[in-house]
Write a protein that binds this ligand. Structure first.
Ligand code: DQA
Length: 150
């Protein structure tokens, strides 16, 4: 039997992690975070797929491709978290579990970051734990999937 899949989606500017505002986002690169997420998925018997894009439409297409195939999506949509309504709509049409992820704690930052358009279509949110959040989010996603089977 093939392992179930967790899809990690990374939105705009996350490819710059490591160089981008390290006082907020830390010095680890996106590759470092993906490796942590992969490790967590493997330990739980899941396979991790990852895609990053600067473009909302690419993320929407990835969510469409996940329908009926992927058990859960972990999404750090970057700034699209705050205004990406087409990503919201794509996730609303996704049939698996959804975990919203942020390295920082957007609710404690500028007012415009306090709104998330992903939150209404997510099962839960992991925010403010830096790189550890990538492990926690994958674990939460996998455990939600397992609980759904019980
Ligand atoms: C972020 C928070 C967003 O507000 C911001 O636009 C990002 C990164 C985070 O991981 O903390 O690009 O999603």
């Amino acid at each position: 039997m093939t392992e179930p899949v967790v899809l990690l989606l990374s939105g705009p500017n996350l490819g710059l992690l490591g160089e981008r505002e390290p006082s907020i986002y830390g010095t680890a690169t996106l590759a470092d975070h993906v490796a942590r997420a992969e490790g967590a998925a493997r330990r739980l018997g899941y396979v991790l797929e990852h895609m990053q894009s600067e473009h909302e439409g690419d993320l929407v297409t990835a969510v469409h491709g996940a329908r009926g195939r992927v058990a859960a999506i972990v999404v750090n949509a970057g700034a699209l978290s705050h205004y990406g309504w087409s990503l919201h709509d794509a996730l609303a049409a996704f049939d698996g579990k959804v975990v919203e992820l942020h390295l920082s704690h957007p609710s404690s930052r500028e007012p415009w970051r306090r709104t998330s358009v992903i939150a209404p279509v997510a099962d839960g949110v992991i925010a403010g734990f830096g790189g550890l959040g990538y492990e926690l989010a994958v674990e939460a996603a996998a455990r939600l999937v397992e609980e759904g089977k019980a």
